[in-house]
Design a protein around this ligand. Structure first.
Ligand SMILES: [Mg+2]
Length: 275
């Protein structure tokens, strides 16, 4: 596995650098010490940075202000959330258009649902044609049980716009919304439609967004940093974007990474130094 320092990355004259958020820029406790400096290092050299995240708890504006509070300046327009998959993936959008939708998530999660033409958000799962699982919330176990009860004898489409099953926390892995999506599918004996990393449908959205924004003909100088080997592997395979596995932080610590063809990010966003 090759490794890459930040200076070497800059030497490769990236057209754009795509970075994951949780596990790369920050963890539960806040920003990794090196990440604001690493991002600024790139921005000072006029290398565009975009965030590619499965965070559908926050709207892009919410993510931008959360990052800003950590000293990382990424405009909301430069944040590609998996939540955009709801409106930008044709198959998923088609499942939602004109439908009554119950949103399992935060208030800001609704932002992504409302981008889909002519949806009506309903407050009761029993009133819904479609349930969107967007984000884990405080009372999720109780709400999940209510969801199962309400949906048991109905015909409903379930969509999850954050395929993450677990996140790393101080005390180990904890289940998040993708895990509940699998559970719901099992309980109701129906399929769940996923969009987000590491799904090919989201790779396509990322590729289109980057290509249009920067008028690129090739992704050979586009780099994608993520701490989840599955995300790096899939986006790289789907798009030709160059994957960089961030190994010193986040999920990569837990997942074996045998056959992955990628770069190790040696400078470690977590311990970035400019000298
Ligand atoms: Mg991550």
């Amino acid at each position: 596995m090759k490794s890459l320092t930040l200076a070497q990355l800059v030497d490769q004259k990236p057209d754009v650098v795509l970075v994951d958020a949780s596990g790369v820029l920050y963890r539960e406790a806040g920003a990794f010490p090196g990440s604001p400096g690493a991002i600024r290092f790139l921005q000072d050299r006029h290398i565009p940075v975009m965030v590619v995240t499965n965070n559908t708890y926050n709207s892009p504006a919410g993510i931008a202000s959360r990052l800003d509070a950590m000293g990382i300046q990424i405009p909301a327009d430069d944040i590609i959330s998996s939540g955009f998959g709801l409106s930008q993936d044709a198959e998923i959008r088609h499942l939602m258009e004109g439908k009554r939708v119950f949103v399992f998530g935060s208030q800001e999660s609704r932002y992504y649902v409302e981008l889909v033409p002519s949806v009506t958000i309903v407050e009761e799962p029993a009133d819904a044609d479609v349930v969107v699982l967007a984000a884990t919330i405080d009372n999720q176990v109780a709400l999940f049980n209510r969801l199962v009860d309400a949906l048991m004898d109905t015909v409903v489409t379930v969509i999850c716009c954050n395929p993450d099953r677990y996140i790393m926390e101080k005390n180990g892995r904890s289940p998040v919304i993708g895990y509940y999506a699998d559970r719901l599918a099992e309980e109701l004996n129906i399929p769940v439609f996923f969009v987000g990393k590491p799904q090919s449908n989201f790779s396509k959205i990322v590729a289109e967004t980057v290509k249009n924004r920067y008028k690129l003909n090739s992704f050979s100088r586009v780099f994608f940093f993520d701490d989840n080997p599955d995300n790096v592997r899939q986006l790289t395979r789907d798009t030709g974007i160059r994957g960089v596995l961030v190994q010193d932080t986040g999920l990569a610590l837990e997942i074996p990474i045998s056959e992955i063809e990628t770069y190790q990010l040696e400078f470690a966003i977590s311990a970035f130094k400019t000298t």
